[in-house]
Design a protein around this ligand. Structure first.
Ligand SMILES: Cc1cc2nc3c(=O)[nH]c(=O)nc-3n(C[C@H](O)[C@H](O)[C@H](O)COP(=O)(O)O)c2cc1C
Length: 345
């Protein structure tokens, strides 16, 4: 109820209206968690080619407060933020790069104080950094919580500092019941870009919004670029959820499943072992790895899963073939030698 009254104040102060009830009835969405289509953002008919590079830039209050908040804090102030969740669903589907927008001056750790500050803010806040190599991106998703029926000012700074006018821009947002407001048209006019239909979710429904996000992305023509294939890695009682990428090397490995491999622990950072069968395809070779990564080593025809020490540089090339999506840290506590069965679901 407190929150409801609060938003009446926010919205009325923005719209200059005198009746809270009528405003709420008009603006409250009828279908929660569904894409919002409007005249400015008609349904995209032409599918977008899959080799476009994607940037997912978002602002979330929980990542921009004076004191770091935790999961115990009140719903709208806890980590991960509502918008953060949406950003990571989009990332999972598009394999895009994430850029979290951070203001230099942080917002207070109190909801009402943030509302007051947003109301009295007259200049756009300075941001910690700009996007590096912006040229490489063709599609830019912009995510934000709806503030006073529009974008937070940090989004305005972002659009001023990062010229994305030659890109396809796609807004997404979360809110507490009053929808995207004027935010889509603000993004369209400030970015001066071609914008696609946006997505708006109730903040309380962001944790279950993955399917809606996927449906929306499909509808507006964003291809699931990675076409990931879900697999399981079974290690005794432990089952890790993972996926294989849509790459030539990963596809060849997929053809060899199911298979059981004997893996050895090495340097407290990885388990590796020989693959039963061979892989002749080529892929992007590298000497860095990330925690949770699944890779193939062409020199030794070995499979590896990585769980620590990602700052290290390897002495030989690996090719990424997938990623563990459940908690890879369970690997830390396993024996020096393990039997892993990799299988599709
Ligand atoms: C300053 C401020 C203004 C807000 N204004 C609105 C609003 O006009 N309409 C609405 O539905 N929600 C409004 N909200 C709620 C947020 O949009 C919502 O809680 C969102 O899901 C938070 O996302 P986050 O956790 O990523 O920051 C406002 C929140 C704040 C802090």
């Amino acid at each position: 109820m407190k929150k409801l009254i609060l938003f009446c104040i926010v919205i009325l102060s923005f719209l200059g209206l005198s009746s809270c009830k009528s405003t709420l009835e008009e603006e409250k969405p009828t279908e929660e968690n569904t894409p919002i289509e409007n005249e400015e953002n008609p349904k995209q008919e032409t599918p977008i080619s899959s080799n476009k590079k994607v940037l997912i830039a978002y602002f979330s209050l929980a990542e921009n407060m004076v004191n770091e908040v935790d999961a115990e804090a009140s719903a709208s102030m806890s980590l991960p933020g509502d918008v953060t969740r949406l950003a990571y669903y989009i990332q999972k589907y598009t394999d895009g790069d994430i850029f979290s927008i951070h203001t230099i001056k942080k917002y207070p750790n109190d909801f009402q104080a943030v509302v007051d500050e947003n109301h009295s803010e007259t200049i756009n806040p300075k941001l910690e950094k700009k996007v590096e190599n912006l040229d490489q991106y063709d599609q830019v998703f912009i995510g934000y919580p709806v503030w006073a029926t529009n974008v937070p000012r940090a989004i305005r700074t972002f659009l001023e500092e990062n010229d994305i006018s030659n890109k396809t821009v796609i807004p997404f947002c979360s809110h507490d019941g009053y929808g995207a407001g004027s935010s889509y048209s603000t993004i369209k006019s400030l970015s001066k870009a071609n914008t696609l239909e946006g997505f708006a979710s109730l903040g309380t429904q962001t944790s279950s919004a993955e399917n809606s996000i996927n449906e929306w992305l499909e509808k507006i023509g964003i291809k699931n670029v990675t076409s990931k294939v879900a697999i399981e890695l079974v290690i005794g009682d432990v089952i890790l959820q993972a996926y294989l990428n849509d790459t030539a090397v990963a596809k060849e490995f997929l053809k060899l499943l199911p298979q059981t491999m004997q893996l050895s622990r090495y340097a407290d950072r990885e388990y590796y072992g020989a693959i039963n069968g061979s892989i002749s395809a080529e892929g992007e070779r590298k000497r860095q790895f990330t925690k949770g990564e699944i890779s193939y080593c062409p020199a030794n025809n070995t499979f590896a899963i990585w769980f620590d020490k990602e700052e290290q540089t390897l002495g030989m090339d690996i090719i990424k073939i997938g990623e563990i999506t459940s908690d890879y840290r369970v690997l830390e506590a396993l024996n020096s030698s393990i039997e892993v069965t990799a299988r599709t679901l």
